[in-house]
Design a protein around this ligand. Sequence first.
Ligand code: ATP
Ligand code: FE2
Length: 323
Amino acid sequence: MICLGIEATAHTFGVGIVSDKGGVLADARDVFRPKAGWGLIPIEVASHHKEVWQDVLNSALERAKLSLKDIGLIAFSQGPGLPPCLKVGLEVAKKLSSENKIPIIPVNHCIGHIEIGKLQAGLEDPVTLYVSGGNTQVISLIDDYYRVFGETQDIGIGNALDKFGRETGLDFPAGPKIESLAKKGKYIELPYVVKGMDLSFSGIVTEALRKSKNGIPLEDLCFSLQETMFAMLTEVTERALAHVGKNEVMLTGGVAANHRLGEMLDVMCRERGARFRCVQKEYSGDNGSMIGLVGMLMYKSGNIPKDIDIKPRQRTDDVEVTW
Ligand code: ATP
Ligand code: FE2
């Protein structure tokens, strides 16, 4: 079976084509870039997606050397995400489905990250640390659900980094810039906020910005933000790992590109005798292939939801893992 996956939860419009025999056959995407100093404005991102969807679709089909006639299933990301963006994904999926008589299946975005990560990193049953713009979660599969063991109580870690960057004049996305500035910084104490298994980032950003206004060098703040926030993530991941008794850790999401975060998790895993894998950049960010992959797994296991709609606040543990 060949499944076409459509991703449109936030800034990325992505189309991936996956097969149950050959894995990912093609992956195309177009990422909306906001004006300098601006965050994502949902309706602007949605109009970007409306402009690019056809080209992205065509290039995925071309790369796979396939046409819509070869597609047996269409999967789309139903949430969590920005409603105007999700709607574009849904509309494209419905149009392709009705015009070509192809069944359609809704997919949870976060589960997409986990499944494509497992496939790409060669892991069986990891504790996953999923860190992106809007999401920060520690997840593991228990009794047929991807349970969330710890998560942010306010903003995602990527958004926290981007917010700090926006206020201090760094380009969007600020994560990579902060990572390179941090190499020249020294440690300054910032609040360390772990509450039970949950995390909170917005107060740390507020304090770092206050220190910035008081003349603390940007390099030092970048270094200290990373050390503090990543230590929090590592602590919660380690406790989840001990609790579920597994021996694999997977790092994914856009922030997984950060080498310092990977290094901290790697050290923690070595000390516990666990395997650590970071998902390759190509498949750690938002992409259509992860949606196609989960759509196919759901469909083949007979899990075909009747409710074809967006779910902007859908949670990872709302979806039963039937595959
Ligand atoms: P979501 O998946 O929650 O919808 P998103 O689509 O915004 O969020 P991704 O594309 O997965 O997220 O990741 C983007 C985020 O990753 C941005 O916040 C960016 O600053 C951050 N990021 C990218 N590279 C790095 C890096 N090297 N270090 C830290 N953060 C990074
Ligand atoms: Fe994502």
